[in-house]
Design a protein around this ligand. Structure first.
Ligand code: OAD
Length: 224
């Protein structure tokens, strides 16, 4: 069985109603990274940071997977499928995907500032005074700028095994995640789905939105 590895970014969830980061009007137009997405920001103003992620979590709870998330699962009829996502939403899992690796953490998880143990967040909000069982403040389980990406080595291993590598909806701006493309040395095809794609040598580009393009690509791969 051939192995398809899919690497996703915010663009795959855009048509589920979750904003991207760097498109015009995206999250980073309205917030400064250094105010809401760094460990220093959390030390300086934890309420502001918690509120930022509480808003994201609320939106996520009101969103559903779209055809791009859902159709990827059909690939399991013929291929081994692994998904690596930079997204902190759970739309891949809610669409039925099983092998999903999160590089940048998970919105619906909290982490103790004391020992990094992970807890699930029941509702939408994580607040000051929400403590781990040992009495330490919980923070969102998000990989902030300047922090290590603990799942990066596992992701590299997966990409190195890919027979087909599909990239969907990412500006490939954030490292080390963006460097994954360099590890797809075994892949017979590398395909990028993005309405505003960067151009790379030896990559097939589908310059369309994911909700339309991904189901079509899946059908094409299944009949080959
Ligand atoms: P970006 O916002 O940087 O890029 C989103 C990409 O999605 C762009 O290339 C868009 O052209 C594309 N796009 C927009 N709508 C689309 C659609 N309907 N279908 C397909 N593609 C579409 O988001 P990421 O590349 O995911 O990290 O950002 C990477 C990381 O930067 C995030 O994980 C986050 C952010 O800061 C952290 O917060 C740690």
């Amino acid at each position: 069985m051939k192995h398809i590895v899919v690497f996703t970014g915010a663009g795959i969830s855009a048509e589920s109603g979750l904003g991207t980061f760097r498109d015009s009007g995206g999250l980073w137009d309205n917030y400064r990274i250094e105010d809401v997405a760094t460990p220093e920001a959390f030390k300086r103003d934890p309420s502001l940071v918690l509120d930022f992620y509480n808003i994201r979590r609320k939106q996520l709870l009101e969103s559903d997977p779209n055809n791009a998330h859902i159709s990827l699962n059909k690939l399991c009829e013929k291929f081994k499928l692994s998904i690596i996502t930079q997204n902190v939403d759970d739309l891949h899992e809610r669409s039925g995907s099983v092998d999903v690796l999160h590089l940048h953490g998970h919105l619906r998880q909290a982490r103790s500032i004391m020992d990094n143990k992970i807890y699930s967040i029941k509702g939408s909000d994580l607040n000051i005074g929400d403590l781990c069982p040992n009495g330490f403040q919980l923070r969102p389980n998000i990989v902030w700028f300047g922090e290590d990406v603990p799942n990066m080595d596992i992701a590299i291993e997966k990409v190195m095994q890919a027979d087909i590598f599909i990239i969907i909806g990412t500006s490939l701006n954030v490292y080390p995640a963006a460097s994954l493309i360099n590890y797809a040395s075994r892949a017979e095809r590398i395909i990028l789905v993005d309405p505003e794609p960067l151009s790379y040598p030896n990559i097939e580009i589908i310059s369309e939105k994911a909700n339309k393009a991904v189901p079509e690509l899946v059908e094409e791969l299944l009949v080959l």
